[in-house]
Design a protein. Structure first.
Length: 337
C-alpha cells in the first residue's frame, strides 16, 4: 500500500501530467464557451417553423416511398430522371433509423441529445492521447533518470514495482477520465437546458451514450497501458512516440497504399484504426468490391462488410496484453544501470 501511495504522489507531482490536465481543462472550457456563444434559446416562432419543415420532409419521404411502390407494381410509368432502389423497403420511413425532427431545422441552436455523442467522442480522443502520453512519460522518465533503480533499492522486487506503477497509472487515469466525462457531459446538459434544447433524452439515448462512454473508458485504459509498455520496452518516452509514428506512417499509410495497389481483399480489417472505430461505434462497415462482382445485372448490391465490436475488442486486448507481457518479461531480466 505504501508503494502505491508513493507512486500516486510521484505521478501527480510530474509537471507533464499537470500540463496535460491543464490542457484538458482548457480544451473543455473552450469547447463549452464556443458552444454557448454559438447557441440560443429558440423562440416560439422558430420552433413552429421548424416543426412545419420537419413535417413537410416526413411527408416527402412517405410520398417517395409510395411512388416507389407504385413503380414496382407497374401502376406508374417509368421515369428515367429518378432513381428508386429495387427494394422499396430501403426507403420506407418507418424502417429508417431516424426521421427528420424540428431540431434539424433550428440552425444556431445547440441540441444536447443530437450533439452529446460527437462531443463525447471528442473527449474520448483527448483522453486516449492523455492516457498514452502520460503512461509513456511516467515510466520512460523514471527509466531514463534512474528513478526506477532508486525505487528498487527500497523495494527490490522488480515485477512488484512495475505492477504497482502500471496499476497506479491505470487507476489514476480511470478516475480522471470518469470525473472529466461526468463534468463534461453535465456542462453541456446545462447548456442544452439554458441556451439551447435538451432534445429527446429517453432511455435509448442514455443507454447508447452510456455504451459509448464505457467503451471509451476501456480504450483510454488500453492506450495508457500500451504507452507504458512500449516505453518500458524502449527504456524511453520517445520510444513510445516513435513507435506510434512509425506504425501510422509505415502501416496505416504505406501499408494501406500497398494493399490497394496489389488489390488485396478487405485491407481495412488489417488496420488498427478500423478496430478502434469498430470498438467505439459498436461496429464499422467497409466496402468490399468482391461482394458485388458476381451480381452485375441481378439487382442492387451494397458491397459492405461489417467489423463487429467483439472482434475489435479481441484484437485490442491481444495487442495490449502482448505488449504488456513483453514489457514485464524484459524488465525482469534487463540491466537497469
Amino acid at each position: 500500500m505504501n508503494l502505491v501511495r508513493a507512486e500516486l504522489e510521484r505521478l501527480s507531482a510530474r509537471r507533464f501530467v499537470q500540463l496535460m490536465v491543464v490542457l484538458l481543462v482548457l480544451a473543455f472550457a473552450v469547447t463549452a464557451a464556443t458552444t454557448m456563444a454559438g447557441s440560443h434559446k429558440p423562440t416560439a416562432g422558430e420552433l413552429s417553423s421548424a416543426r412545419e419543415q420537419a413535417a413537410d420532409e416526413r411527408r416527402a419521404l412517405e410520398a417517395t416511398h409510395q411512388e416507389c411502390l407504385a413503380r414496382q407494381n407497374s401502376t406508374l410509368p417509368a421515369d428515367t430522371d429518378r432513381f428508386f432502389p429495387s427494394d422499396c423497403s430501403d426507403i420506407d420511413p418507418i424502417r429508417q433509423d431516424r426521421l427528420p425532427i424540428a431540431a434539424d431545422y433550428l440552425p444556431g441552436v445547440f441540441n444536447f441529445a443530437e450533439q452529446a455523442k460527437p462531443l463525447l467522442y471528442f473527449l474520448i480522443a483527448f483522453l486516449v492521447l492523455f492516457g498514452f502520453l502520460v503512461g509513456a512519460s511516467y515510466i520512460g522518465a523514471d527509466l531514463t533518470s534512474g528513478g526506477v533503480v532508486n525505487l528498487l533499492l527500497w523495494r527490490p522486487r522488480r515485477l512488484t514495482v512495475l505492477a504497482a506503477k502500471l496499476g497506479t497509472l491505470l487507476g489514476a487515469v480511470l478516475v480522471l477520465a470518469l470525473l472529466a466525462s461526468v463534468a463534461y457531459l453535465a456542462t453541456f446538459w446545462v447548456i442544452g437546458q439554458t441556451a439551447g434544447l435538451p432534445g429527446r433524452l429517453d432511455g435509448d439515448f442514455w443507454r447508447s451514450l452510456g455504451a459509448v462512454h464505457g467503451r471509451g473508458l476501456v480504450l483510454v485504459l488500453l492506450a495508457a497501458a500500451v504507452g507504458f509498455a512500449i516505453a518500458t520496452l524502449g527504456r524511453h518516452t520517445s520510444a513510445a512516440l516513435g513507435a506510434v509514428a512509425a506504425y501510422a506512417v509505415v502501416w496505416e499509410l504505406g501499408g494501406r497504399l500497398v494493399l490497394e495497389i496489389v488489390d488485396a481483399r478487405r485491407p481495412d480489417q488489417l488496420m488498427l484504426s478500423s478496430h478502434i472505430g469498430a470498438w467505439l461505434g459498436g461496429r464499422a462497415q467497409f466496402f468490399d468490391p468482391e461482394l458485388c462482382r458476381g451480381s452485375a445485372g441481378t439487382g442492387y448490391c451494397e458491397g459492405f462488410y461489417t467489423l463487429n465490436w467483439p472482434t475489435a475488442l479481441l484484437v485490442l486486448l491481444v495487442l495490449t496484453g502482448g505488449l504488456t507481457a513483453a514489457a514485464f518479461a524484459v524488465f525482469r531480466r534487463r540491466d537497469l544501470i
